[in-house]
Design a protein. Sequence first.
Length: 310
Amino acid sequence: MAEYILDGSTLITLGVILATGLSAALIAALLGHAVAAVPEEKREYKDTPPFGFRLVWWPIQWISHYLEPLIAHKTHCRLLAKLRKAGLDYAISPGQFMAARTICALILTSILYWVLDSFERPGTGLEGLSMTTRLQVISIGALMGWLYPAIWLKDRLAQRRRELLKTLPFYLDIITLCVEAGLNVQGAMSQAVAKGPKGVIGEEFQRVLRDIRAGKARAEALRGMAERLNEPGATHFCTAVIQAESMGMNLGPVLRAQADQRRTERFQRAEKLAMEAPVKLLFPLIAFIFPCTFIVLFFPIVMKFLNGGL
């Protein structure tokens, strides 16, 4: 009877092991088939993705293949507009950006789980963590990982906007000088890209030249730049150039007026920031500097009164 029970237990154990192995093999086969079904992306005419995306590019490409059809149309259009304004529309797609957010959430969740599991030792104060606390910590990590790419994209947009507003008048000056010297607008843009500082506006002008060489009309390429940048200064410049060319006007005075206007706007922004500085300093002044000053001034007086009066 004991042998019969032992044999039955052994058979059950072998059955469980066999079922587990078959399940693992089936999951591996399904994953391999899913990975093999993802077509290879043609990137000959696309820009290089950012460094963080290149580190996990293969998982991003695999996940985006299955995730992109699930993205709503409005969300897709909104993400595409942000990526276009950030200069990433030829580097990553909205589906790849959402896949990067998913991977970032998974990575941070795994790191937090490993940290909690590694430090759960006697004497560390973490050995008594309940499952609810663990789930809360891991959920916070997943949320932070999901939000980080969106915060990164927002910071990139703000940085590109500051750089654009700073360098646009200089590029307009170069284009104006070249046009007044006898070059056409396309040649003036080429000289501005070659001689001007590297940055956002230089990349955009280079993209305009690339679109023109690819067969686009100059007006359409300029409208595309205005749509990508979505800044009043760039939009006014593109509109003025398109209207001047369509009406046969002399571009020199038009460009000179645009450059002067953009430079005046830059000075006004600098003056506005300078006037805002004292207002922004009020809170740290009242909250941190005044109390310390009062403590230094009144401490000897208070101590003298206490010692003399008591």
